[in-house]
Design a protein around this ligand. Sequence first.
Ligand SMILES: CC(C)(COP(=O)(O)OP(=O)(O)OC[C@H]1O[C@@H](n2cnc3c(N)ncnc32)[C@H](O)[C@@H]1OP(=O)(O)O)[C@@H](O)C(=O)NCCC(=O)NCCS
Length: 146
Amino acid sequence: MPYPDAVIADYREAIEGKDPTYHYLAEVDQRPIGMLQHYRIADSPEYAEALALGEDAVGIDLFIGEADLVGRGHGPAMLRQFVRDVAFPFHGIGVCVIGPSVDNVAAIRAYEKAGFRPLKEVRVPGEAQPEFLMRLTSADLGSLQR
Ligand SMILES: CC(C)(COP(=O)(O)OP(=O)(O)OC[C@H]1O[C@@H](n2cnc3c(N)ncnc32)[C@H](O)[C@@H]1OP(=O)(O)O)[C@@H](O)C(=O)NCCC(=O)NCCS
């Protein structure tokens, strides 16, 4: 299927620096296998209002784009490393949230394995399903280090 123009336009805005969302490729053995992005929740006023967090937080999204690499534990590993080494230092914030769709059971489980804890369900304007909001702090990450 052709890729939706509106999605491409969103990525282009960020790459050109017009939208403060920062995109990264995840690599396994130098093979690009997925995408991660981070942003400060407060930089998206409509989303921030929907989440009503009451604290400054970083938002993260990710996907693995290679079917043979889904379901092998890469998601929790790349998420933990990205939050610790990239997103928290970049923003100078030690709280992170992630909002998989309530029906994305695999993603919710993967984020739980990465150390995220359930926070609340939120309805976000324009999204078909509520988000199952999950939260992780730098203190949580410290207690997960092996
Ligand atoms: C979400 C994602 C990043 C997770 O990374 P991953 O490497 O696949 O995660 P894991 O290999 O740790 O597996 C996740 C868990 O979900 C479980 N799972 C998979 N499919 C499931 C299903 N249909 N129902 C319930 N649990 C399921 C797995 O059993 C595993 O749990 P376990 O280790 O306790 O058995 C990855 O699956 C992905 O990119 N999916 C497609 C895009 C997407 O959903 N992005 C997230 C949007 S918020």
